[in-house]
Design a binder for this molecule. Sequence first.
Ligand code: NAD
Length: 426
Amino acid sequence: MKDIKIAIIGLGYVGLPLARLFATKYPVIGFDINTGRIDELRKGHDSTLEVEDDVLQAVLKDSAQMDTGLYCSNQLDDIADCTYYIVTVPTPVDSTNRPILTPLYKASETVGQVLKKGDTVVYESTVYPGVTEDECIPVLEKISGLKFNVDFFAGYSPERINPGDKEHTVEKILKVTSGSTPEVGKKVDALYASVITAGTHLAPSIKVAEAAKVIENSQRDINIAFVNELAKIFNLMGIDTHQVLEAAGTKWNFLPFKPGLVGGHCIGVDPYYLAQKAQEFGYHPEIILAGRRMNDTMGKYVSSEVIKLMVQRDIKIKGSNILVLGITFKENCPDVRNTKAVDVINNLKTYGTNVTIYDPWASSKEVEHEYTMKVIKDVPTEKFDAIVLTVAHKEFLEMELKNMLKPDGILYDVKGILKNDVDGRL
Ligand SMILES: NC(=O)c1ccc[n+]([C@@H]2O[C@H](COP(=O)([O-])OP(=O)(O)OC[C@H]3O[C@@H](n4cnc5c(N)ncnc54)[C@H](O)[C@@H]3O)[C@@H](O)[C@H]2O)c1
């Protein structure tokens, strides 16, 4: 393909791996408003740990003019001669779980300032159906003065990566693509197909591609909510949920979900995007929001189960010392956004307990900034009244947790990874 120059707008967990991949074949400008992020990437380091430093350094260039490679910048001029703009900015929710589209509007304003005839803008951020065409395109038209589907074109290609997953990396995950006209769909699809080794699926429209992504994560959320409900029921009955799931899982069509805390930037957030749009159409989603409600209560549930077990052992709750293992939203990754371990910790503290948080992956600075909590980076040497394993970091599997407890101390395994010898698990 000739004359392709790609700008990736937003170099986070999604944007950087994508920029790195395209940079193996095309000239790519990675654009981000966070100067700290641009500085670290220019030095060849990715603090999200999604792209290894040597892999990043292999494509890095120190000028915006090149045949292939990645140049990182926060300067508009550097993306002015690009022909494809791929937007990978955050799509969070506010404190009442309503979608925040501001980063998408701002990124569209940025692109609008440099948009030229013939260019294509592809959105990758997770959204509800209609955001690309009804929310972002009008901004592009207004700022650029160009006409959609006459002067410039659009596409939507959702991202399916999973932070910390070194097996399912961006090029190994089949990618859904779409375009604002059938021809543009084919062009966008061909662009992705040229780097995604797992192949592509060209959806018939942008709205179909947007809807496909948001239901993937909603389906996962609902399935986890179901097993979380089972865990609550079986705990009351004194039956081990994991043993039940193992037995039921021997049937060919039983789905292998496990109970747990649902946090992070995607699964705990995306269903609210779909719910919001459904409500605008006059439909109140019952199953989607019931799943969200169930999963959002799990942090509190875990902490009250721990306290109950401590009371049963006659451990004095007020002033007791509890070790929480892990504060990231998932294992073996430093991402602490929307982590539900925080709900466990906050609720334990309401009982007057002293909580120590050990996490070898999380950045202490980020946790302090986001949650005003302290994280220790060295294995604690004192003994605890209770240990709650909230995240399945590989380091925790090698620790002798029982030795870190006072006599009669409680070991609670939220992730169900310690198999035996625990006092409680979800
Ligand atoms: N994290 C994941 O694993 C994952 C997986 C699939 C889809 N998604 C979706 O992808 C999107 C991006 O998620 P992420 O995890 O990469 O977010 P992130 O917070 O890691 O990265 C976003 C980056 O965009 C930058 N940014 C924000 N506003 C900008 C603007 N106006 N112009 C330029 N840069 C801007 C930020 O500085 C940041 O570096 C979200 O919609 C998310 O739901 C994420």
